[in-house]
Write a protein that binds this ligand. Structure first.
Ligand code: LUZ
Ligand code: MOS
Length: 774
């Protein structure tokens, strides 16, 4: 990251930003991004005497620690101290949902890359050198790397969960067609551009301030307090922005912040710990690989009457967020389809991999891949197109999800039919057929991918947020919320909300850093819900202030409150501009001793879920959409391109078309990457083989579809969404699943003997093998 050179305010380009809610506003962070002025943890001006830290981690995936010799490392000049679990004053425990994860290994190691010690030195270079001088002896124990092995050995994180609707057993007996099979979807590396890191500073009286690259400042604060055995109020966590999160910093930004804080606690000196890319890849968890089995039953008119699955989640060596992720897999197991009889089960399997964690979609994509596989299998066996089965089973108004929620304001058919009409899908399908008839060495494949994604933290108590809004006496405004800016543009959306309520210029508003002393006890920025939750709280706080200001104005102008509105930084009376300007109104409020600060709390209404029955209404609303993906395979080489992805997406009423389009495009490409080219590989000893960007390939500009077209579906939006602008962070990732099935259809066009396999990612190697498999 570049160092900050200037501290100029946003330039004159912003003068032209309209005062009213402009639904086409740009991400305001882009101005500092392109100049290299945006600040990340590694850009902080560190205090004199700051120490630098490096983590010493396990070189084996499972074993007993027999001996560690730190003496040579400690003797190296410039090494200040090496911390282990023995230096922890509180508890050596960082598990968020289940207390099963030590910060530092004690007698045993459970994954390759598990932190054992923290080396603190005058420079990172010295700390790294010291790390090489540590000698460790480990007595190896058997290593489990797959969920299936873990299940066979009875290694689990927690008890399985199961959702059911109707009578699945009985329904299978009424089916004309029944098919069974298995699927695999691999993990995925987050590859945020900014690696994990934190900077800890000692304050007076034993207080510590942490600047962390985290999606969850409160988790960081709480865990530091727990590990240090001190009260939460002694810890201040501050976040300016992240260089990407994607779920990888919902829980797993915490350990590094705790380690830095632990060293600061002991040394009373600032400590900086930023992982380099290799350390980050090796030590952190990823998207969960899933091994799943399915059974699907259809009637003669292709209605899915029954569906049954068992999802084996490869959770890694500790729970982390796995139980919550497993739950969301069940919530999304039937994707956009109504299935009257469903039984789904998920088992979180404990393996010797780094604890796998949240990743955009949070288990939902893994669940959707399985039903899309089951439908593709059924279509293949029956001899119809996958699209036909998808189409007749789309979710309708008032259908029941397996978890009991009744589907309302459903846009599944609307987006599907809009996609068909707007993009003329019949012609697209014909083009593919014609192409395949006329070409031998190249084949095309097309797939439809509908999505339905539930918005809210599935854990109901997490659905709350607060906003603290100050109007300063010159009329400028500062806003603090729990929203963490990670490139998704949430700060711009918060500014828009305040600008809209007060009808002031964007330049009058500043979004403050996310800080636990200003907004406390927060949920992480996650679950696509950050703008909804924090935006609603911001809206409430601004509206309260507005009411107060209207009272002031009515007194100053001697008119009724109801005749007043604020427009373009002026007070209007019965829609006529008065002499009273925004700045004068604020001065007047100050003289009248009116409070110009407000703190508001928002908790999503209506939602609930009963885990003992596995029924309820967990989601505020759903986001819908349909994508049509077409690929061309080079059948000599197995390489492929995506001709286009054409999407009709349910934005509700977008607050910012540019930002939301960016989210759809980014999520789509990330989803395609997961399904096609990103291949995480561990060897049987549990060592990460795809441990660099030379061995782990993510989509670059050359591998994105040649055309990505996104059309908003015309809907009213939803009042549970902020200003009717629906959550957009995660849902579009699942359009990427269409890439897998487009490739499969192209393979089928080349190789009539191809037996369908559902084993993602569909890398060029796998495509090549499939083209010639008999
Ligand atoms: N995080 C979480 C999430 O704690 N709960 C969720 O339901 C969720 N969903 C998506 C992404 N992160
Ligand atoms: Mo998340 S997967 O941190 O919304």
């Amino acid at each position: 990251m570049h160092k900050n050179k200037t501290n100029k305010v946003l330039d004159s380009k912003l003068d032209s930003v309209s005062i009213a809610l402009k639904r086409s506003i740009k991400n305001l962070d882009s101005y500092t991004h392109v100049r290299g002025e945006s600040l990340y943890v590694d850009d902080i001006n560190i205090r004199q005497g700051t120490f630098h830290a490096v983590v010493f981690d396990s070189p084996k995936a499972h074993g007993k620690i027999k001996r560690i010799d730190y003496s040579k490392a400690e003797a190296l000049e410039g090494v200040e101290r090496i911390f282990t679990y023995k230096d922890i004053p509180g508890e050596n425990e960082i598990g968020g949902i289940i207390p099963d994860e030590p910060l530092f290994a004690e007698d045993e190691v459970h994954f390759w890359g598990m932190p054992i010690a923290l080396i603190v030195a005058e420079s990172e270079f010295i700390a790294r050198k010291a790390r090489q001088l540590i000698a460790i002896e480990i007595e190896e124990l058997p290593v489990i790397t797959t969920a299936k092995e873990a299940k066979a050995k009875g290694n689990f994180i927690n008890a399985p969960r199961s959702f059911s609707l109707g009578d699945t057993e009985k329904a299978f007996q009424d089916c004309k067609y029944v098919f069974e099979g298995e699927t695999f979807s691999n993990g995925q590396e987050h590859l945020y551009i900014e690696a994990q890191g934190a900077y800890a500073e000692p304050l007076e009286n034993g207080n510590i301030k942490i600047t962390s690259s985290t999606q969850g400042p409160t988790s960081v604060q709480k865990t530091i307090a727990h590990v240090l055995g001190i009260a939460m109020h002694k810890i201040e966590v501050d976040v300016t922005r992240l260089g990407g999160g994607f779920g990888g910093k919902e829980d797993q930004a915490t350990p590094w912040a705790v380690m830095a804080a632990l060293a600061t606690y002991h040394l009373n000196q600032s400590v900086k710990l930023i992982l380099n890319r290799h350390d980050d890849l090796r030590m952190t968890g990823k998207r969960h690989p899933y091994e799943s089995t399915y059974k699907i039953g259809l009637s003669k008119d292709l209605k899915i009457l029954a569906y049954q699955t068992e999802f084996l989640q490869n959770s890694g060596a500790a729970a982390d967020l796995s139980p919550a992720i497993a739950e969301r897999t069940l919530f999304h197991a039937t994707n956009s389809y109504y299935v009257p009889n469903v039984t789904t089960k998920v088992i979180s399997c404990k393996t010797n991999l780094p604890p796998n964690t949240a990743f955009r979609g949070f288990g939902g994509p893994q669940g959707m891949f399985v039903i899309e596989s089951a439908i593709a299998k059924a279509a293949h066996e029956i001899g119809v197109s996958t699209r036909q089965i998808q189409e007749v089973n789309l979710l309708d108004e008032n259908d029941t999800f397996s978890y009991g929620q009744i589907a309302k304001k459903v846009e599944a058919k609307n987006t599907w039919n809009s996609a068909k009409n707007i993009f003329n899908s019949e012609a697209l399908e014909q083009d593919v057929k014609d192409f395949n008839k006329n070409n031998k060495a190249f084949k095309k494949g097309l797939a439809f991918m509908p999505i339905t994604f539930g918005i809210s933290f599935t854990n109901t108590p997490m659905n709350h947020a607060r906003a603290l809004v100050h109007i300063y006496l010159d009329g400028s405004i500062g806003i603090s919320t729990a929203a963490v800016e990670m490139g998704q543009g949430v700060n711009t959306k918060m500014m828009q909300i305040a600008a809209d309520v007060f009808s002031v210029s964007i330049e009058k508003i500043k979004i403050e850093s996310t800080n636990t002393t200003r907004v406390a006890n927060t949920s992480p920025s996650a679950a696509s819900s950050t703008a909804d939750l924090n935006g609603k709280a911001t809206l409430m706080a601004c509206n309260s202030l507005l009411e107060r200001l209207k009272t002031v104005a009515s007194q100053d102008l001697n008119v009724s409150e109801s005749s007043i509105c604020l427009k373009d930084e002026c007070v209007y009376v019965n829609d006529k501009k008065s002499e009273l300007l925004w700045t004068a109104l604020i001065s007047s409020a100050m003289l009248k001793r009116v409070a110009l600060s407000e703190n508001a709390h928002y908790a999503t209404p209506e939602i609930h879920f009963d885990k003992t029955k596995e029924k309820g209404h967990p989601f505020a609303y759903h986001v819908y959409g349909t994508a049509i993906t077409t690929t061309t395979i080079d059948c000599i080489r197995g390489t492929y391109e995506f001709d286009y992805v054409k999407i009709v997406h349910d934005y509700g009423k977008s607050m910012s078309e540019g930002i939301d389009l960016g989210q759809v495009e980014g999520a789509l490409i990330q989803g395609i990457g997961w399904m096609t080219m990103e291949e995480i590989a561990y060897n049987k000893d549990g060592k990460l083989l795809s441990n660099a960007l030379s061995t782990y390939k993510i989509p670059d500009i050359f591998s994105v579809p040649k055309i990505v077209e996104v059309i908003p579906v015309e809907t009213e939006g939803n009042d549970m969404a902020i200003l009717k602008s629906k959550a957009v962070g995660e849902p579009p990732l699942m359009y990427g699943i269409g890439a897998y099935f487009a490739l499969q259809n192209a393979i089928k066009a080349f190789n009539s003997k191809y037996e369908l396999e559902f084993h993602a990612p569909m890398t060029p190697e796998k495509v090549l093998m499939s083209l010639y498999k008999k």
